[in-house]
Design a protein around this ligand. Structure first.
Ligand code: R5P
Length: 299
């Protein structure tokens, strides 16, 4: 019990200072509960309002894809440079140091491998285990227009219901099946459905034409998915365009971990996303860091 002797008489209530009542910084998140806002603030940087998520969850349907054969060797050195890590619970528990302090976005659906119909996914992680792992959001893939569209939408809405109960945000991931057209019209539809049905943020691909209509018509933050490996300058340009056109950051995988210099690449992406560094300058930074890091390894 606190010592009751010598309690100070004078108190300063700062009558001249109105109580602070600041709006939460993320789009569409003002009415969320404190716990959910706190989790979102572990993913999105409150200063820029944006995030660099590192996606390494590909193994859940692809197995040990190129660049992710040894996550302890190839990915752990990148962890200090990401704002959040998107991955499966198996990799989190086996390979990520528990001292990792940034956001964890848990891949929460799965089922089919690349040998089967990919849209036939079900929920693959329970809320209790997510809370045990102290994750910051659950990622649920939704196949709008896919064979199992309704099932995947139902995966997401069930997760949203559980998340609302426990203060856990849901990331709606718009998956594109093999034969679907990737254009602004499709992504406006898919992202808006995710947000309307309760996702607190949405991941989608960048499109060259009309991406700003996708971000404008979605009432929650959009993070840009990376997609297949591109030359570094093209990947940085795509990230720059996405954030300039309203994305609240990126969730990149192969364009970082399959890069010739992943640590340099993720640092360049950070500059683009948080400081809106022009892609040509970010590419120069990437090249400089790549040379420096090569020199360090040789020495
Ligand atoms: C894909 O299956 C995963 O959900 C990835 O998180 C996503 O595709 C982003 O990774 P990448 O930038 O390599 O496309």
């Amino acid at each position: 019990m606190a010592d009751l002797d010598n309690l100070k008489d004078t108190k300063d209530y700062h009558f001249d200072i109105p109580a602070r009542n600041e709006a939460f910084f993320l789009k569409g998140a003002g009415a969320l509960d404190w716990g959910m806002q706190n989790r979102l603030a572990r993913i999105f940087n409150p200063r820029s309002g944006r995030t660099v998520m590192l996606a390494i969850d590909h193994g859940y349907f692809l197995g040990p894809t190129s660049g992710l054969e040894r996550i302890d060797v190839n990915i752990v050195p990148l962890l200090p440079y990401c704002d959040a890590l998107m991955l499966t619970r198996g990799i989190l528990r086996t390979t990520v140091p528990p001292a990792f302090k940034h956001g964890v976005v848990m891949r929460a659906t799965g089922g089919p491998s690349i040998r089967k119909e990919l849209s036939n996914e079900l929920l693959a992680v329970g809320m209790e285990d997510a809370l045990r792992m102290n994750v910051s959001a659950m990622a649920v893939q939704v196949y709008i227009g896919g064979e199992y569209e309704t099932q995947t939408v139902n995966n997401m809405t069930r997760m949203v219901d559980m998340g609302n109960r426990y203060g856990m945000p849901t990331l709606g991931v718009t998956a594109v099946g093999k034969d679907m057209v990737r254009d602004a019209q499709y992504f406006r539809l898919a992202t808006r459905i995710c947000a309307e049905l309760g996702a607190q943020f949405v991941k989608t691909y960048h499109v060259a034409e009309g991406f700003e209509t996708v971000t404008a018509s979605c009432p929650v933050p959009i993070v840009m998915a990376g997609g297949k490996k591109l030359p570094a300058i093209d990947a940085l340009t795509m990230a720059y365009r996405a954030v300039s056109e309203g994305a609240a950051g990126v969730d990149m995988g192969r364009n970082i971990f399959q890069s010739e210099a992943p640590v340099a690449m993720i640092q360049a992406v950070q500059k683009v996303v948080h400081e809106l560094m022009k892609p040509e300058h970010a590419f120069e930074l990437y090249r400089t860091l790549k040379e420096e890091q090569k020199a360090t390894v040789v020495a």
